[in-house]
Design a binder for this molecule. Sequence first.
Ligand SMILES: CC(C)(COP(=O)(O)OP(=O)(O)OC[C@H]1O[C@@H](n2cnc3c(N)ncnc32)[C@H](O)[C@@H]1OP(=O)(O)O)[C@@H](O)C(=O)NCCC(=O)NCCS
Length: 278
Amino acid sequence: MRLASAIRPATDREVPLAVDVLRRAGFGTQVARLLEYPRRSPDGVILVAEGEGGGVSGVACVAAFATTGWIGALGVAPEARRRGLGAALTEASVRWLRNRGAQTVLLYATEAGRPVYDRLGFVAEERAVAWRGVSGGAPPADLQRLGEPDRARLRALDLHATGERRDAVLDTILPLAGVAVAGDDGDGDLLGWAIASPWGAGTAIAAARPEVGVALMAAATAGPAAGTLIVPDGNIAATDALRAWRFVRLNDALRMRLGPAVAWRPDRQFGLFNLFWG
Ligand SMILES: CC(C)(COP(=O)(O)OP(=O)(O)OC[C@H]1O[C@@H](n2cnc3c(N)ncnc32)[C@H](O)[C@@H]1OP(=O)(O)O)[C@@H](O)C(=O)NCCC(=O)NCCS
């Protein structure tokens, strides 16, 4: 109880301390960039567990969408582990998200995190894998540059792919840098889009058809430098393409949820923003 009550939103002074904890918890050197969204958005928060002497010993980053919410970048300093802080941070995150209207709380779990989430009632869905490499060149597809007028169509396809209303995060992407494939039946829908974001480990890609998704993946990683794509294992077309292009598996994580299943279509997601909010 004492630990749970010491979990609260980070002050500005504590953000660098939170970044340091997450680096030491193995989240890599780019994690500060990832924290910018929950730090600045009214729909996100960085929760910290107080350490000794005004320090920070644990961190959880949280992002709320309409009826879903995500817990990401949850880490406890190595010297403060196995005292219940990981569980307390998860519970505090769930409470924060439920207060914001989340019926389902989602996360991508590492092997170390899974037992903590299992105990709190999260159920396993499927894995997402981060891959790195250079594609063999883009297959033919009619790529257009994305622009401001495309926002509503971009949101519609994102809702179709994720089952979530992620406007809060999509609307933060300014300018909208990316490419899209328009539908061929003249109704104005997008068949696919690929966008870079300030907090993406990889390019985010959604597509209504496998060949469109694979073409966007190829375009996003055409080189010369290697690119990263994070893809749900359930997207067979995407995984087959990455294997054919000889991409290397960097790491993976298990999608878990607490609450009712979301109408998620992994076969429509060809790139996740990150392993924080998918
Ligand atoms: C995963 C992680 C956050 C867990 O943090 P934690 O503070 O150690 O978590 P908890 O203390 O709640 O639970 C961890 C274990 O300690 C046990 N524990 C909790 N309180 C305890 C106590 N007072 N005495 C002894 N053991 C205790 C728990 O039962 C649990 O055991 P098990 O996993 O072996 O079954 C931490 O290991 C970490 O930061 N890992 C690296 C980053 C990472 O993988 N994050 C998860 C991203 S999804």
